[in-house]
Design a protein around this ligand. Structure first.
Ligand SMILES: Cc1cc2nc3c(=O)[nH]c(=O)nc-3n(C[C@H](O)[C@H](O)[C@H](O)COP(=O)(O)O)c2cc1C
Length: 159
């Protein structure tokens, strides 16, 4: 399974989660985490699994992640498996918003339903650090992505 994790990150926490996901998935094939400035929308459909991650800023993904999502042509990800996550404060949903839900909504517009529900990893304050255990939880989430990806692949019946 060839995985690309594309993230935005202002203080490094989302980058750390993105890297933990890529590290865990490298057990199953090629996997890399790149900042959204280092990739092009055309590259996205060349992978088996695309994971997008952003901090929540003002209840939504960062402006750079929103602009990145807008540049992905509609329907272009219809053959790509996807998942998304955000990093966030441990506040109630109404106060914190969700970047991951918005990324999932945009992914649907591009023709793909994420293979697992949008996930969030929490930070202690605006600049971090991540709460204890979040990096390990990200690695476990990545293994779940692999399982879901494998389960989604067509199997030929044994003769
Ligand atoms: C301008 C700004 C707005 C923010 N707005 C929210 C918010 O609406 N909800 C939330 O949970 N966290 C909010 N945060 C905290 C971010 O979630 C936190 O900075 C982020 O998870 C850190 O990730 P990073 O290190 O990758 O930038 C905000 C942070 C900044 C800088």
């Amino acid at each position: 399974m060839n995985t690309l994790v594309v993230y935005d990150s202002q203080f490094g926490n989302t980058e750390r989660i993105a890297q933990a996901i890529a590290d865990a998935l490298s057990e199953f094939g090629q996997a890399r985490a790149v900042h959204l400035g280092q990739t092009r929308p055309a590259e996205l459909r060349e992978v088996d699994l695309l994971v997008l991650g952003s901090p929540i800023q003002g209840w939504k993904p960062t402006p750079a992640m929103q602009a990145f999502l807008e540049r992905i042509p509609s329907g272009s990800l219809s053959s790509t498996k996807t998942a998304c996550f955000d990093t966030r404060l441990r506040w109630p949903r109404l106060l914190r918003g969700s970047a991951a839900d918005e990324i999932a909504r945009q992914l649907r517009k591009k023709g793909t339903e994420p293979i697992v529900p949008p996930e969030g990893f929490s930070v202690k304050g605006k600049e971090g650090p991540l709460h204890a255990g979040e990096v390990e939880r990200a690695a476990n989430w990545a293994r779940l992505l692999h399982e879901k990806y494998e389960a989604s692949q067509p199997r030929f019946a044994a003769r």
